[in-house]
Design a protein around this ligand. Structure first.
Ligand code: GLP
Length: 237
């Protein structure tokens, strides 16, 4: 794992943007795996600015997001489709049909998971998968205990994740309990992984994930077994 220590959130986001920019400029048809949450917000702002300045183009880029809440559609302010449209897709030159996010409103969720997994396979491989880290060590919405071999699937959120994500909703009761997430097996197939972790409150879980035992109790610990991971963090390891 390559660890890049930065001083703050801005620097982390700039460095992450440089990595994404380099990749897309090298291969215009790159396939990106994207994440939501607070962590990548600034990264997306920077990519938008660079796109406006024509330093980067998403015209031939394909994207696959990690996860989506079941029951929330694109017009719901808390859906990850809404988040991605607002923060990135509607502001850059990407073709909307090249932006994939699991459909949380699908009538058959199992079929939706299968379809999503097939779309990823059709795209070939994810060149760069962006990841944040949950306070309990989750990646995507793969909560502690998730199988390392899992593919895109429907799952239940941990109570701690519901509480952590309640800040985006009116009340904790409004946080959906069910989600669709890319599996850990799917994530691990990406050629390269970019893990962004910011803030002291994640120091303990980050250390466990990158230095501790590789265990399904800490989903992010599997990243120790991936051959091309870059961690950008302001936490001193
Ligand atoms: C969320 C998302 C993850 C995200 C993580 C950390 O629940 N499903 O993809 O990386 O939790 O979120 P944040 O960046 O807001 O700390």
């Amino acid at each position: 794992m390559q660890i890049v220590k930065v001083n703050n959130y801005e620097e982390m986001s700039e460095k992450a943007a440089d990595l994404v920019t380099g990749l897309i400029n090298q291969s215009k048809k790159s396939v990106l795996g994207l994440a939501t949450g607070s962590t990548p917000e600034k990264l997306y702002d920077i990519l938008v600015e660079r796109n406006i300045r024509k330093e980067i183009s998403f015209q031939q880029v394909k994207t696959f997001n990690l996860d989506e809440y079941v029951g929330l559609g694109e017009n719901d302010l808390n859906s990850y489709r809404y988040y991605m449209n607002e923060k990135l897709f509607h502001k850059v030159d990407i073709e909307m049909e090249n932006t994939y996010i699991p459909n949380g409103l699908a009538t058959s969720l199992d079929k939706e998971c299968e379809r999503y997994e097939q779309e990823i396979q059709k795209a070939g491989t994810i060149d760069l998968q962006l990841l944040g880290l949950g306070l309990n060590g989750h990646i995507g919405f793969n909560e502690p205990g998730s199988s390392f071999n899992s593919r895109t699937h429907v799952t239940q959120l941990d109570q701690s994740t519901i509480e952590a994500n309640a800040r985006f909703f009116k009340t904790p009761e409004d946080v959906p309990t069910k989600v669709i997430t890319m599996g850990i097996g799917t994530i691990m197939k990406a050629k390269q992984i970019l893990l962004l972790v910011q803030g002291e409150k994640k120091a303990e879980i980050l250390k466990k994930a990158i230095e501790g035992e590789v265990t399904e109790h800490i989903p992010a610990s599997i990243l120790q077994r991936h051959s091309n991971v870059t961690l950008i963090t302001d936490i001193s390891i």
